[in-house]
Design a binder for this molecule. Structure first.
Ligand code: ARG
Length: 584
């Protein structure tokens, strides 16, 4: 249990001693520190329950609080709001405890198994900015869930079973008609065939094929037929698909790794669809399939819907399946192989209808028990200055790699060049660029759209990733300098100054931001928190000359305070999936 929570429990017991029972007690943080650091606002509610005057209740509680040396500046405002502050010595004890173990101020949740679906990269297509938000938010949510004690697994859920691959294979077939994959009589082992195609080729082939299909109905029709073939795991076509997946996956992995995004599960839709048979049996058993003009659908509308809810397309009349069915098969596969208590889908908010259909269908078909949580964690778009989803200058979708390079060029201009050679500088610039992108992406509430502003995101000053990295690195080098000078830094014994107090309170209040972030499944609370803590620290840093301080006790206290902030910063940046370079 966090130190803050323990403190709350103690206050709850004190209220109890005064003769009152409160449920779900929380200390409210106050923004008027002069009046009190926290507020206890329960007297009004207790007045109704106990039929007493709220002011009198507050007085009785205050009397009990005054007996506890951990609290100070206890006063009553208005009809019965109690203000209290934390005694200085107690705050020192708290900081020392957190310095020894940062996790001592974190509330662990009861263990729960969660799968987080936040990849969605499409095989044979370059990752684009749309995948960036899934990856950033999903990876950070997973890290937060793990920090708070959950058992969370990330699933890349590669898109490798749809029409785009049908198009790619159609084009490959036109380019190399003699490949054994297309030869019905080939009896050999496909894994021995050398496919003369690289990932770069694949990224070129898809747009080419897609354009051809727009103009040539026959071409499109053949791509559709090919799609049905590999979806039915037809020999040759399915083997070629697997080969393409292997080539493309390697590159996809590299890009995710560059973003510090890692998946525990690397299944693709094509792996998940192997569960189509049990899925189909279950759907038939539950009687949810309806015939509709040669296709099979699942009705998901409910009587009290106030917007149209189209049925889920289960199998099209030509025998192919879409995203709807692969997502259903995936739920069943996850149930069988992992049996999670929750599945979170971190996918663009514009796909909410799709997920509503999938969730309703899986409830109707009872693919998972009723208490398994299925949640679409939607997000807004990253827009260009024109307010529309971010594009390249010529209006195309911007590949993620291009975006990362663009921001790297910007951050490279801003990092110091002293004692850093050109190559190292490039690599640091990239780490800083990714921090800039990630922090800007996690700062707004997740469902809000935001505008891509490269200069603002890369700024070393302001609410940015680079500012946080720069400040955190500076804390680290201060600590290193002190260590090299053999300056003692083991305990806080003195805590004076308003800014130090601001830091201390922010440190103590960490569990509030973690809780809010988890509750809303949005990282903005944590992003704001790191900024607040860092800004207080930087103010303190500017106000004092730590290395030159003559009062050794004060100097040691300051260094330990620095250690506390440094530890929290690195822990939280890591939770956001942001890497801190050694220097910049
Ligand atoms: N591949 C999809 C796309 O690029 C995203 C997949 C999202 N995840 C899911 N389980 N449907 O749009």
């Amino acid at each position: 249990m966090s130190i803050l929570k323990k403190l709350e429990n103690d206050v709850k017991k004190i209220i109890n001693k005064a003769g009152y029972e409160v449920e779900n007690f929380v200390l409210e943080t106050s923004n008027r520190r002069d009046l009190g650091e926290y507020q206890i606002n329960n007297a009004m509610q207790l007045a109704k329950i106990y039929h007493q005057n709220p002011r009198e209740i507050a007085e009785k509680i205050v009397k009990e609080l005054e007996k506890d040396s951990r609290f100070t500046n206890i006063n009553i405002a208005g009809p019965g709001f109690i203000n209290i502050s934390i005694d200085n010595q107690y705050m020192i004890d708290i900081l020392n405890e957190i310095n020894k173990d940062v996790y001592s101020n974190i509330d662990k949740k009861e263990k729960k198994k969660i799968i987080i679906d936040y990849g969605g990269a499409n095989v044979a297509k370059a990752l684009h900015v749309g995948h960036l938000r899934s990856a950033n938010i999903g990876e950070a949510l997973k890290r937060l869930a793990i920090l708070l004690g959950y058992d969370a697994l990330g699933d890349a859920h590669l898109g490798d079973f749809g029409r785009p691959l049908g198009l790619v294979i159609k084009e490959i077939k036109d380019m190399y008609p003699n490949l054994p994959y297309f030869d019905e009589n080939y009896k050999g082992d496909y894994s021995e065939i050398d496919l003369p195609i690289t990932n770069e080729d694949l990224e070129r082939i898809y747009p080419l094929a897609s354009n051809k299909a727009k103009e040539d109905e026959k071409y499109l029709e053949e791509a559709r037929e090919i799609t049905v073939k590999f979806q039915q795991y037809e020999r040759g076509y399915y083997d070629l698909l697997k080969k393409i997946v292997d080539i493309s996956k390697e590159d996809i992995k590299k890009t995710y790794e560059e973003l510090n995004v890692h998946f525990e599960i690397w299944n693709g839709e094509s792996d998940e669809m192997k569960f189509f048979k049990p899925l189909n049996e279950q759907c038939e058993k539950m009687g949810v399939l309806t015939d509709s003009e040669g296709a099979k659908i699942i009705e998901v509308a409910k009587e009290d819907d106030n917007a149209p809810m189209p049925p889920l397309m289960y199998v099209k009349s030509n025998g192919s399946v879409s995203y709807d069915t692969t997502d259903l098969a995936t739920i069943l596969e996850r149930k069988i192989n992992v049996n999670p208590e929750e599945i979170w889908y971190v996918v663009d908010g514009r796909q909410s209808l799709h997920f509503e259909q999938v969730f309703r269908a899986s409830r109707r078909a009872k693919l998972v028990e009723d208490n398994v949580v299925l949640e679409h964690i939607g997000f807004g778009t990253m827009n260009g200055k024109d307010g529309k989803p971010f594009k390249t200058r010529d209006g195309g979708v911007m590949p993620l790699k291009t975006l990362i390079n663009l921001v790297s060029e910007e951050t490279e201009k801003r990092i110091s060049s002293e004692s850093i050679d050109a190559e190292e500088k490039k690599s640091i610039a990239k780490t800083v660029a990714i921090a800039a992108l990630k922090y800007a992406d996690l700062l707004p509430f997740r469902s809000t759209d935001y505008i891509f502003e490269i200069e603002k995101f890369s700024d070393l000053d302001g609410k940015t990733g680079p500012y946080l990295l720069y400040s955190t690195i500076r804390m680290k080098s201060l600590l290193k300098k002190a260590e090299q000078a053999n300056i003692e830094a083991t305990n806080i014994t003195k805590l004076k100054g308003e800014t130090e107090k601001d830091i201390a309170l922010t440190v103590l209040n960490l569990p509030i931001s973690l809780e809010k972030s988890l509750e809303t499944k949005s990282l903005n609370e944590i992003a704001e928190y790191i900024y607040k803590l860092t800004s207080f620290y930087n103010k303190f840093y500017a106000e004092n000359k730590i290395i030159g301080e003559e009062d050794k006790e004060l100097q040691s206290s300051w260094l330990v305070l620095t250690k506390v902030v440094y530890q929290i910063n690195t822990m939280l940046l890591d939770t956001l999936g942001i890497e801190v370079p050694d220097k910049m």
